[in-house]
Design a binder for this molecule. Sequence first.
Ligand SMILES: [Zn+2]
Length: 266
Amino acid sequence: MNLTKKYMTKNRCYTNGTKIQVTKLVLHSTGCAQPDADVHIGNWNTAISSACPHAFIETDRVVQTLPWDFKGWHVGLGSKGSYNSCSIGVEICEPKGHTYKNGSTMVNYDVKKNEEYFAKVYENAVELFARLCYDFLLDPMKDILCHSEVHALGYGSNHGDVMHWFPKHGKSMDTFRADVRARIMANAVPNSTITVNSSTDDINWLKSKINKVIDGIYPKLDLNGVYDAKTRIAVLITWELFGWNKDGQDDGWRAGAKTIKRLTQY
Ligand SMILES: [Zn+2]
């Protein structure tokens, strides 16, 4: 993920500099067909702007516009209060070509044409949210919401993002939270020898790394959390590719510290 900083220093959220304790992450989309974050930043980096997210997501970069622990204005006010005082708000830039009616209904949105665009911004969002969950010790399954979900809870204004858009591409906030969690686990390096008795997360970490090593050589392993016979063979092939285990001493049912360390390079 290509993360750059471009703080909106004229915006009152920046000049106020009110600190928050981050306990939630809120995902938005901008609600207009403008993929260029710089255009949004140009519009919102003023002393009279009433909106200020912490970042914009484009297809090939993430632009941070406010320090993560500054209070932003992104989710508005609901019947019970506002998550602005406890959350980081991130806006996904939407592609060109569509308009809106009745607030949050996309008109002339070309799903097929936008598949690649969506896949890229979704991936950047997963990567960014995984990193923010890690940095702020948040639980991706509980602490990530989108604007429409925050509204439903009573802590945000009545906007439809991102659930007016994600389902067009077969995604939802549930898939997003699960994908962020999977990304965090993929980044979490196991700290002890991996065996059939290891946690499913550790075994899946091993299998996902090995899948990269043996790509095109051996069928991909299912990330089902089981250290099975196919996993064992894949471990043996991996060692062979590394030039290890020439004497065949190790039977492939254990992946120790040396293997884990080498696999972190993938
Ligand atoms: Zn929103």
